[in-house]
Design a protein around this ligand. Structure first.
Ligand code: ZN
Length: 313
């Protein structure tokens, strides 16, 4: 029986996992619903079952686990997770005891950054910022070949960078955080308002047939709908401004945009590049390439496998 490593991307809605050989070649994958409403014990029990199913009786060398929240990596604790409704859950230890293998946790977006670094768009790059633009906005910042951590393990929480103090209220208690202005949630919220205010728009017409999410707003904008175009332009201008600030501070050679919003491709890249050109200094903007994720929603699992492979965070 060959030894395997397991990578898990724990999400607020779904959890993805993969078993791989010791050099990271994926041999099995699986996805389950996250039963966050039933509490942390249920979620951890489900994770243990998923891991044992993925291993299929093969010995497990280590498990890497991406968790959506603020963590204490030394203690293996999730200190706070809005998505899961957790406060101080000793997830690494609890899970490790259930499966009898070491568990290495990391913030889900920092794990996805590791995934892009090891297997995706940022391979070979020692200075890049990975941003996940989805339900919220988070990042993993790699500078001089090191993933930045901070003493509270919370470096990279760029979604709560305040850009508009008079803007929409954020779950963190502030107003106008980047994620209240440019996340998929924000685009859908503004899209719903625009559809209601413009009953004859294509956006409103499409919204009658399907759920109005950020993808639908991008689609309507691509088809020339003015109401949707306005929503996209405003959100992408904020996203680009936030990213330009990061380029000014960190001087990355690459910005990788992942998460659901990145699926809109050029509709995201073009305005972000324009804002970088507008707000950063020549040395910075000349070297700051911008690209969408190569791994899309598989970046988290790829990074979790990398945590397991390296046996550290
Ligand atoms: Zn916030």
């Amino acid at each position: 029986m060959k030894t395997v490593i397991i990578g898990i991307d724990l999400g607020g809605t779904n959890t993805q996992g993969a078993a791989a050989t010791l050099d990271g070649v994926i041999i099995r994958q699986s996805k389950i619903a996250t039963r966050a409403r039933l509490g942390s014990d249920t979620v951890i029990e489900d994770l243990a079952k998923l891991i044992l199913d993925l291993a299929k009786g093969q010995p497990i060398k280590a498990v890497g686990l991406g968790v959506p929240g603020l963590l204490d990596l030394n203690a293996g604790n999730c200190r706070f997770s809005c998505n899961l409704g957790w406060q101080d859950v000793p997830i690494a230890g609890d899970l490790s005891r259930r499966i009898d293998a070491p568990v290495y946790i990391d913030n889900d977006v920092r794990a996805a950054a590791l995934g892009e670094w090891s297997r995706g768009r940022a391979q070979g790059c020692n200075d890049f910022i990975y941003l996940s633009v989805g339900t919220g906005i988070g990042s993993g910042i790699v500078i001089d070949g090191r993933l930045l951590r901070g003493p509270g393990w919370s470096a990279g929480e760029v979604g709560h960078m305040v850009l508009d103090p008079l803007g929409p209220a954020c779950a963190c208690g502030n107003r106008g955080c980047l994620e209240t202005l440019a996340s998929a949630t924000a685009i859908a919220r503004e899209g719903r308002a625009a559809a209601a205010a413009n009953p004859s728009s294509l956006l409103n017409e499409l919204a009658a047939e399907q759920d109005l999410d950020s993808a639908l707003v991008f689609r309507a904008a691509a088809r020339g709908d003015a109401a949707a175009g306005q929503v996209v332009d405003t959100a992408m201008a904020w996203l680009g401004q936030g990213i330009a600030n990061l380029v000014t501070i960190f001087n990355p050679s690459l910005v990788v945009i992942g998460g659901g919003v990145s699926l809109a491709g050029e509709q995201v890249l073009a305005p972000v590049r324009a804002q970088i050109a507008r707000y950063t200094m020549p040395v910075q903007r000349e070297m700051a390439q911008v690209a969408v994720s190569a791994l899309a929603d598989r970046a988290g699992v790829a990074g979790a496998l990398e945590l397991a492979r390296r046996e550290r965070f």
